[in-house]
Design a protein around this ligand. Structure first.
Ligand code: SF4
Length: 277
């Protein structure tokens, strides 16, 4: 891996190390959209992007079940970047509204709320020819390639990955900038997703039950209302069948390994493959 020291790579090095640029024409000055998710990698992606594209827009899709500390974080990041963060919202405020409206939580191919809360909102905002900047990190090289293969018409870059920076590197950069990392990281969560992310496993949901009992109860009630579940039995005679959160054994799963991935483009890839997006 890289020999990261805690400082931002200089722009020249960063540019020389770019993995790919789609070979299309340069985007318009205001046609660079950096998707900021209140996570450390997308924060560093924004910083790097502005070195090369000072007129880039830093865009955040706001979901009201993010940890409230995200507002503090976004404000401090905006000050560090010297740039306004553009907040946009879709027709659903959170995963519950998306689930209740569609009657669908997720399948083996992904979460419907990602489609409703992220992809459709992005699609409505973007313009043809925009260059999209995502916060993939250096440990997600295969996922970047997967995304590129599945979005041949989308011009995008992943400056954090291009610079060889991992998520841990990005957290360090954020802290060096004098910004406290988001509360969800400090609580031990891998990503600053919605609280009560449908992509989490048993161990994740048992931690949510402790840290955010209201969100646990809210999702449990949602499951019963629509007759679908976040989890399924992993073993035993009921293997593969629905496991309602209100049936989840409090010691089931492992928090460390059952955490959801970062929400965004990648689970969308799977949805598109199976025609659910
Ligand atoms: S973070 Fe989780 S709950 Fe929120 S939109 Fe993404 S998949 Fe759904």
């Amino acid at each position: 891996m890289n020999t990261f020291t805690g400082d931002l790579p200089d722009t020249k090095t960063y540019s020389e190390r770019r993995w790919f640029f789609m070979g299309l024409t340069e985007p318009a000055a205001d046609g660079v959209l950096c998707w900021f998710s209140c996570g450390a990698p997308s924060t560093v992606a924004a910083k790097l992007t502005l070195q090369e594209y000072p007129d880039a827009k830093i865009v955040r899709i706001v979901i009201d079940t993010e940890h409230p500390d995200s507002e503090r974080y976004a404000t401090e990041v905006s000050a560090w970047l010297g740039k306004e963060i553009v907040n946009i919202r879709g027709k659903y405020a959170n995963q519950y509204e998306a689930i209740n409206s569609t009657g669908f939580i997720k399948s083996a191919f992904g979460a419907k709320c990602t489609d409703e809360l992220k992809k459709k909102v992005r699609a409505a905002y973007q313009r043809t020819g925009d260059l999209h900047i995502f916060g993939f990190d250096a440990e997600e090289g295969d996922r970047v390639e997967d995304f590129r293969e599945n979005h041949p018409d989308l011009m995008f870059r992943a400056p954090v990955a291009e610079a060889g920076l991992t998520k841990s590197d990005c957290k360090l950069i954020v802290e060096r900038a004098g910004i406290q990392i988001p509360a969800m990281y400090r609580l031990g969560y891998a990503n600053n997703n919605c609280i009560g992310c449908v992509k989490g496993g048993m161990g994740y949901w048992n931690r949510i039950r402790i840290d955010f009992p209201g969100e646990f109860a809210r999702m449990a009630a949602t499951e019963r209302r629509i007759g679908a579940t976040v989890l399924r039995h992993r073993s035993g005679p009921n293997k593969g069948e629905r496991l309602y959160l209100d049936e989840l054994h409090p010691e089931a799963g492992r928090f460390e390994t059952d955490q959801p991935g970062e929400c965004g483009a990648l689970c969308q890839v799977a949805l598109e493959r199976v025609g659910l997006a």
